[in-house]
Design a protein. Structure first.
Length: 307
């Protein structure tokens, strides 16, 4: 296994699939790597690129020694291209996709192969997705496209259907716990581990925003028992990053669904599930880089969640 991948034990089965596909010469032209945030899809994609471009790979593993491996490590490989939004939440525009495809059509410089990674795929607007679609219909020889998405359902269906879907699994809560402990994160609620990948939890721990999760859960409880006013809760959510606030609400709401089910309140659980959809809908919009009036969105969402 690649040394990068061996740092993330839950990726081992998928890495094995990759090695098999390369060995049997069955790697698709385009693969859509999807899974929850924090499962390490980006690291995995880069390890795949390194293995594909390495000058002396052994069983689809990069040697880590050759010029090609070195260039990839410093993000300077002429035959690898990483396309992502230039600004957070601004989306990936059609011109950027056209530039990437023009690059893809040129002959490789170092090796005989080229790898284009696009992430997150949800941020391609329709025009950009259609431009990419053309390439998938008429693939360039010796090129591999690795497309990364958190929610493949948000990707243009015609685009999705032309890719092979690879799911990056979420480790079990026990596996996540063990891995996070090796990174020095020990104070972690089990409910958090079922909704977020360990890399995201680690990043939030390092950024000091993991405590916010606890705060959101406490505030939500207070809001639901009418001890916290809607506007105050909304203000508090506005003070967080959109992604932290939405993740926090999602995890907290999931906990309420579990509690309702455990106490056999099926109707309540059903109602909570519908409300979770509203949270997920907002999350999808945020992921797609939609330009929203967040104070208004928070107020509207909390109105829906209100008991
Ligand atoms: Zn190498």
């Amino acid at each position: 296994m690649s040394s990068t991948i061996s740092n993330y034990p839950w990726q081992a089965p998928l890495w094995h699939d990759f090695q098999q596909a390369v060995t049997l010469n069955r790697l698709p032209h385009a693969l859509l790597l999807h899974g929850l945030a924090g499962t390490g899809k980006g690291v995995f994609a880069k390890a795949m690129a390194q293995a594909l471009l390495c000058e002396q790979p052994l069983e689809a593993m990069a040697c880590q020694q050759c010029r090609s491996c070195h260039l990839l490590k410093i993000d300077h490989h002429p035959d690898a291209y990483y396309l992502q939004p230039t600004e957070v939440g601004k989306g990936i525009k059609i011109d950027a996709v056209r530039d990437a495809l023009a690059w893809l059509a040129l002959s490789p410089q170092q090796n005989r192969a080229k790898v284009l990674i696009i992430a997150p795929l949800e941020q391609l607007n329709n025009a950009a997705a259609n431009a990419l679609l053309k390439n998938l219909e008429e693939p360039t020889a010796n090129t591999t496209l690795i497309l990364i998405a958190e929610q493949p359902a948000l990707v243009l269906a015609t685009l999705r259907s032309r890719c092979q879907l690879w799911l990056m699994p979420l480790p079990t809560p026990a596996e996540s716990q063990v891995w996070l402990a090796t990174q020095g994160v020990t104070k972690i609620e089990e409910a958090w581990l079922t909704q977020q990948g360990p890399l995201q939890l680690l990043a939030r721990h390092q950024a000091g925003t993991l405590d916010q999760q606890q705060l959101i859960e406490q505030q939500l409880d207070a809001f639901l028992t009418q001890k916290l006013a809607l506007l105050k809760f909304s203000k508090s959510l506005q003070s967080l990053t959109t992604s932290d606030a939405l993740n926090g609400l999602q995890v907290a709401w999931q906990r309420h669904i579990t509690l309702a089910l455990q106490s056999h309140q099926q109707a309540l659980a059903q109602q909570y599930c519908e409300q979770l959809n509203a949270i997920m809908h907002l999350k999808a919009l945020a992921l797609a880089g939609a330009n929203l009036n967040w104070p208004l969105q928070w107020d509207a969402l909390l109105c829906q969640l209100k008991p």
